[in-house]
Design a protein around this ligand. Structure first.
Ligand code: FE2
Length: 222
């Protein structure tokens, strides 16, 4: 993924009534687009221009380039967030992620309760993520523009808990926004696609380390 503003994966009003067209329009068209514009400005004269966005995030973080890190990480995180939502999402996790939830969180109910609590009660601006931490499913919170990619975590889903994600619709009632997201919008299919990619990479690495074929995965969640 390079530095660009991807198209929204659905129409601007597709997340209503849980997230309004006004919120999506402003969040995408002003905030997300603003991070893209600022990133391009910062990169215009930089030798880093042209790197893949994931590499830019890691390099800017390692070198302490705060402005660049904040903006490119916010570009990546917002692109990931739009895909983490779907008009027909929400409800019970299913597929491979549900199998991991049972191992690491006992039940969907307990996992959703933890995720709801993390997103609702996180102090300040930031993100709540479902991540793969090595082979374990986890819930992670990051402040401001911080991102799981610089903490050796594999993001599976993102929930934006900056006020700009819900203030037009809910004012200070973040709990109502989180309820709408978890009950009606969160995209478990996207989580499963990310999980499948992560497991494929892990199995390929494991196979090349042990010298065995990567044709047959050493572990699956099916
Ligand atoms: Fe945002």
């Amino acid at each position: 993924m390079s530095i660009s503003l991807p198209e929204l994966p659905y129409h601007v009003d597709a997340l209503e009534p849980y997230i309004s067209a006004a919120t999506v329009g402003f969040h995408y068209g002003k905030h997300h687009a603003g991070y893209v514009a600022r990133s391009k400005q910062l990169l215009a004269q930089s030798e880093l221009n042209g790197l893949a966005i994931e590499d830019l995030i890691r390099v800017a973080h390692t070198r302490g380039m705060t402005a660049l890190f904040n903006n490119v990480a916010q570009v990546w995180s917002h692109s990931f967030y739009w895909q983490s939502l779907h008009p027909e999402g929400g409800g019970e996790p299913h597929g491979a992620i549900a199998a991991l939830i049972e191992i690491d969180f006992v039940s969907n109910e307990l996992f959703l309760e933890r995720l709801r609590d993390a997103a609702t009660n996180f102090f300040g601006s930031g993100w709540v993520w479902v991540v793969l931490n090595k082979d374990r499913l986890d819930i992670m919170r990051t402040s401001n523009a911080d991102n799981p990619l610089v903490h050796n975590q594999v993001p599976l889903l993102a929930i934006d808990v900056w006020e700009h994600a819900y203030y037009l619709d809910r004012q200070n009632n973040r709990a109502a926004y989180v309820r709408g997201v978890l009950d009606h919008l969160i995209n478990w299919r996207f989580a499963n696609e990310n999980l499948e990619s992560a497991l494929k990479i892990a199995n390929t690495r494991s196979a090349s380390l042990t010298g065995t074929s990567s044709e047959a995965p050493s572990f699956t969640l099916d």
